[in-house]
Write a protein that binds this ligand. Structure first.
Ligand code: GDP
Ligand code: GDP
Length: 435
């Protein structure tokens, strides 16, 4: 699983600045789920070659001196889900009571941590860090997040070595398609997962994978192997007293990352809500194959059903290739059909097409619809090859220069989809070659 790094500390110490520097993302996923703070930010990022998830508790309000109960709770929750806590203090403002409170939270949590002293720019860091020894957390790492000073050293020497060891792909025992059921709280994920695992023809292998938290469940359905990335809270035999957190954004993001195919579960009785679309956006960003399950289809009036379908047509235009299934996890209807789409999505996402085939496809496509002139110059594709799978990445070589018009890109994407019959997965087009 993707290791989780939480950035904590009182307001204004520079958590968001460090977060943005590490993720370089302007549009990190901002949590917006009922019952949770809006103010935690999440992003996946590659830190010196290692993929990680970063959680920023930056927006949590609190006064400068003490920290209020809400902030302590939010920070505790973030620490609880983290593999490593980066605790940031402010060299300019010096040690405060709030810092001591965080230090206590950290000690109580027993989590690995790194103490970071930020804003050392223009200061003599050898002396400013001294007062922070009083926290009893060892020697602080001096950095300047806004200038990037010492940040790479911090990663190389403190952060990365403190993460759980990486599981090499070669050590991972693959067991069929890796599926994650993802969705807002109460849409019916665990009902669906338990329904599937409880089917007569399903064999569940009780031996959990080597991954921590026994997060993977291997099973066979009609003789076909699958691995379930379990965030849904499967009620496993003999483990009923296991306290499973009802909903966790961290686990949701981790499972999307780990899966080949994501089944996005929605609640028909509640209708399509913003958060569903947000989650779909996340799946696309991560490049995962996608199947949509509209659950709780039972007990809805015809009018209600029609209005949901209209709503879906209107708002799912950005994922026209994702299959939609109307299901009832409670009654088990439509769930079997899901697997056909899961198989299809996986097959499309992982197929490798020969260069010759792809090149011919694009040659034909550009005869039918030549790319628009770029600064009066004719633009042409010469060759296409596949750069990767899950999601398929098509590298189009030609004399494209810097920009390829979006309309032509869309046309090409549609052509790839139509001719190669690609359903259920995003595809990525890359254009190479100078003008
Ligand atoms: P957060 O509340 O902990 O997320 O803090 P922010 O990242 O929003 O930073 C608070 C303020 O400190 C902002 O004005 C930043 O520009 C500033 N800041 C962050 N890092 C540094 C640094 O390394 N040096 C200096 N001088 N200022 C910084
Ligand atoms: P999760 O939080 O997404 O795992 O949701 P749960 O599986 O715990 O389900 C939340 C609630 O929705 C429970 O009361 C379920 O009984 C109910 N539920 C789940 N699936 C269905 C369904 O297909 N139809 C109806 N009517 N209720 C369902």
């Amino acid at each position: 699983m993707l290791p989780v790094i939480a950035l904590v500390g009182r307001p204004n110490v520079g958590k968001s600045t460090l977060f943005n520097r590490l993720t370089r993302s302007r549009d990190a996923l901002v949590a917006d789920y009922p019952g949770l703070t809006r103010d935690r930010k999440y992003a996946t990022a590659e830190l010196r070659g290692r993929r990680c998830m970063l959680v920023d508790t930056g927006g949590v309000s609190g006064d400068e001196v003490g920290i209020d109960a809400e902030m302590a709770k939010q920070s505790m929750a973030a620490i609880h889900e983290a593999d490593l806590v980066v605790f940031i203090v402010d060299a300019r403002l010096g040690l405060s009571a709030a810092d001591h409170t965080f230090a206590d939270l950290l000690r109580r949590s027993d989590k690995p941590y790194v103490l970071v002293c930020n804003k050392i720019d223009g200061l003599n860091h050898e002396t400013v860090i001294n007062e922070f020894f009083a926290l009893g957390l060892g020697e602080p790492w001096p950095i300047a997040a806004s200038h990037g000073r010492n940040v790479n050293a911090l990663l190389d020497e403190a952060v990365l070595p403190a993460l759980p060891p990486e599981i090499e792909d070669a050590d991972r025992v693959e067991h069929g398609i890796r599926i994650a059921f993802v969705g807002r709280p109460n849409v019916g994920k665990s009902t669906m997962v338990n329904r599937i695992l409880g089917e007569e023809r399903v064999v569940v292998f009780d031996e959990p994978g080597t991954t921590r938290d026994s997060i993977e469940i291997q099973f066979e359905r009609h003789g076909t192997p699958y691995t379930l990335i379990d965030t849904a809270g499967v009620r496993r035999r003999g483990r009923v007293d296991e306290t499973v957190e009802k909903f966790s954004i961290v686990k949701t993001l981790q499972s999307i990352e780990e899966a080949n195919v994501v089944v996005l579960v929605m609640d028909a009785q509640e209708g399509l809500v913003e958060q569903d679309l947000h989650l779909i956006g996340t799946v696309l960003e991560q490049g995962r194959a996608l199947v949509i399950a509209i659950n709780k289809w039972d007990g809805l009036s015809k009018d209600h059903r029609d209005s949901i379908k209209v709503e879906l047509d209107r708002r799912m235009v950005f994922v026209p290739w994702a299959r939609q299934h109307f299901v009832s996890a409670l009654h088990g209807t439509g769930v079997g059909e899901l697997f056909k789409s899961i198989e299809e999505a996986f097959n499309c996402a992982t197929t490798r097409w020969p260069t010759k085939r792809l090149t011919e496809l694009v040659m034909d496509a550009q005869v039918a619809h030549p790319p628009p002139l770029a600064q009066g110059r004719r633009v042409k594709a010469r060759m296409v090859h596949q750069g990767g799978a899950n999601p398929p990445r098509f590298i189009v070589h030609g004399n494209f220069g810097t920009s390829v018009p979006a309309t032509w890109q869309r046309y090409l994407e549609n052509t790839f989809r139509k001719i190669l019959k690609i359903k259920g997965t995003p595809i990525v087009l890359e254009f190479k070659g100078k003008s």
